[in-house]
Design a protein around this ligand. Structure first.
Ligand code: CTP
Ligand code: MG
Length: 374
């Protein structure tokens, strides 16, 4: 049984306004449609995802989801769904979803697919809590009303038939077309997180719903000081009569920072990502290791809040280079410099750093990851 998620994202987002159509507007640094796309991609029951975008939005999509399957939508939501449907004739079950509802939890999909086992279609609903009146002022019985969300789950055959035979005006969802055919519509519990972004203030409200999780982790590294090597510390080449030995450029400070960043997402350590046994990292510039860790965080929708570095050595003196290191690390991570702290200490001539045998570095990183919404 093949289950396809159809994300309709071909609207103009006129009511929201803004420079980009809302489905491409950024939520926590990522285009809105990426959020529900990711939720479907992570769900084991979803076999394929097809996006329906507007003509002229191809580049916007390519910029955020270069390998996504997409078709071009139509002038109305109904037409957009119909075009998406036509592109997946082999699907048995279809989940039709508005890109404008970014925060899709797996349990909503679970409830819909379970209900679909005994119905032609299943929709997520929420109770109405406000008093509802018609435009002529009559109070409507709110206990008999529900708010309908997406995704909506359908057996494909009936959804296709509903679209082919529909004769009413422009429907605002698909379940009403199935109901018009006499199909059965199961109702499952919706989710406040699925609120649609419609009006200008809704983007800010959606951001506020994300529920960030703050994490911190540390990193530590040591390299041996040797003659005949360059000394790289924090991405800066420092004039010194000795340098650090290692497989890469041996930038002990960037290695500690890289491990701290990897730690925040429990992604192992630098050796796991860039094995010293791999010849391609010989002499490698360590800035690329740091950027890789930052990219992994960004790919999870995370943001680096702060990094803190302590370099431990007797010589050279770090003070004169502190600002250059701070600026270089900030540049590598795309952070303002007041989010990058660089410190140094001797170890009072004690231990291997005290004897000048090597340099140690310790780092801490704080990040935030999108929480409840993911
Ligand atoms: N949609 C679509 N094709 C259309 C119109 C809408 O795929 N011709 C999609 C939208 O991109 C959105 C969903 O249907 O994900 C719900 O529609 P709506 O909230 O009305 O979005 P827009 O039509 O983009 O917004 P507006 O009506 O304010 O212009
Ligand atoms: Mg619309």
């Amino acid at each position: 049984m093949k289950t396809v998620a159809l994300i309709v994202a071909a609207g103009k987002g006129e009511r929201t306004g803004g420079a980009l159509p809302k489905q491409f507007a950024h939520l926590a640094g990522r285009p809105m449609l990426l959020w529900s796309h990711e939720a479907f991609a992570a769900h084991p029951a979803v076999d394929e995802i097809v996006l329906v975008i507007g003509a002229g939005q191809e580049q916007l999509l390519a910029d955020c989801l270069p390998n996504a399957r997409f078709v071009l939508g139509g002038a109305t939501r109904r037409e957009s769904v119909a075009r998406g449907l036509a592109a997946v004739p082999d699907a048995d079950r279809i989940l039709v979803h508005d890109a404008a509802r970014p925060f899709l939890a797996a349990d909503v999909i679970d409830r819909l697919l379970r209900a679909l086992e005994t119905a032609d279609c299943a929709i997520p609903i929420l109770p109405v809590t406000d008093t509802i009146i018609s435009i002529d002022g009559a109070t409507l019985p709110r206990e008999q009303l529900s708010r309908v969300q997406t995704p909506q789950a359908f057996r494909r055959a009936i959804l296709t038939r509903a679209h082919t035979q529909w004769e009413g005006g422009e429907p605002t969802d698909d379940a009403q077309m199935v109901r018009a055919l006499g199909g059965s519509v199961a109702m499952v519990q919706g989710d406040a997180m699925l609120e649609k972004v419609t009006w200008p203030g809704d983007l800010a409200s959606a951001e506020a719903r994300i529920g960030w999780e703050t994490r911190m982790a540390t990193g530590f590294d040591v390299h041996r000081l040797v003659d005949d090597a360059d000394l790289w510390l924090g991405g800066v080449k420092i004039p010194h009569h000795q340098g650090l030995s290692g497989h890469s450029d041996a930038d002990v400070a960037l290695h500690a920072l890289t491990d701290a960043l990897l730690g925040t997402i429990a992604a192992g350590d630098i050796g796991l990502h860039f094995p010293p046994s791999d010849p391609q990292w010989r002499g490698a510039e360590s800035g690329q290791f740091l950027r890789h860790a930052a990219d992994l965080i960004a790919a999870r929708g995370g943001q680096i809040i702060f990094v803190d570095l302590t370099i431990m050595c007797e010589a050279p003196k770090i003070g004169p280079h502190r600002s250059a290191i701070q600026h270089r690390v900030a540049e590598l991570l795309g952070l303002p410099i007041d989010r990058v702290s660089v410190k140094a200490t001797t170890t009072e001539r004690l231990g291997f750093t005290g004897r000048g045998e090597g340099i140690a570095a310790q780092a801490a990183a704080t990040i935030r990851l999108p929480g409840a919404a993911r």
